[in-house]
Design a protein around this ligand. Structure first.
Ligand SMILES: [Zn+2]
Length: 254
């Protein structure tokens, strides 16, 4: 049995491999980026660098990958941004100014019940979103985290283990995650709010049918593309397909 730490690390590495094969490769193939490389070494990863994207103009963009690997297949409607790690006392990655992160790749992975290799990930919703744009989303919603200690002490009184989340603006909550060892303090933002700021929003990979378990395939319909069950016509289940929005990505990464 792997320790929890080793298991988290294993999941991260396995999912990183899946992203290389299914996401970055796809961006390069569609000529949305010139290329990418994965940053190796724990020191650099601690600086908030997982991947460097090389834009079509030859510029390097630092990407930090954040995936809901504790919630595979849960299809959660939000994403949690860390403000503080309560067990170490360290500043959370969203507000740590020592990090070199320019953009986050947010991912909501789905896959087989047991993840043994990268092939056990089947599909994932992904967004690329600027770190500054998330901070701007907070100020746009009159959430002031400039004095982080005051912000935390004011809100932490309003949560407990039974009710660990309190809404502080429409679609934005303050949260303490008591189920993780670090008991991180987070800002939790609804996906539909994040989409407003995202420069890329897509589903990648091959979803599995939630009715019969067979793979789903991308199909062309009257109203555009969608995922249809490969077991059609026995199974008529469909899922919406989110198109990669090239324009925003191209504008930003020009
Ligand atoms: Zn099906």
């Amino acid at each position: 049995m792997r320790s929890k730490f080793d298991n988290d690390k294993f999941l991260e590495e396995t999912f990183a491999k899946w992203l290389d094969d299914n996401f970055y490769e796809e961006l390069a193939k569609r000529e949305l980026i010139l290329g990418w490389y994965r940053v190796n070494g724990e020191k650099l990863q601690k600086e908030g660098k997982d991947t460097i994207i090389i834009t079509n103009a030859g510029n390097e963009v630092v990407i930090d990958e954040k995936a809901t690997l504790h919630y595979i297949n849960k299809d959660i409607p939000t994403f949690a941004f860390e403000l503080k790690n309560q067990s170490s006392g360290a500043r959370g990655w969203l507000i740590n100014n020592n990090l070199k992160t320019e953009y986050y790749l947010l991912a909501w992975p789905s896959g087989n019940d047991k993840i043994i290799s990268s092939e056990d990930f089947l599909y994932s919703d992904v967004m690329i979103i600027g770190k500054n744009d998330i901070l701007k989303l907070l100020t746009d919603n009159k959430i002031d985290i400039s004095n982080i200690d005051a912000f935390i002490s004011e809100n932490i009184k309003r949560v407990n283990e039974r009710s660990n989340k309190v809404e502080i603006a429409p679609g934005i909550s303050f949260n303490v995650n008591y189920s993780l060892a670090e008991r991180p303090i987070n800002i939790v933002i609804k996906r539909d709010k994040l989409v407003e700021k995202a420069i890329l929003n897509a589903t990648i990979g091959m979803p599995r049918c939630d009715k019969c378990g067979k793979p789903m395939l991308l199909r062309e319909g009257k109203y555009g593309q969608f995922y249809g069950c490969s077991n059609y016509p026995d199974c008529k289940n469909t899922k919406p397909y989110i198109e990669i929005d090239n324009s925003m990505l191209e504008k930003t990464f020009k």
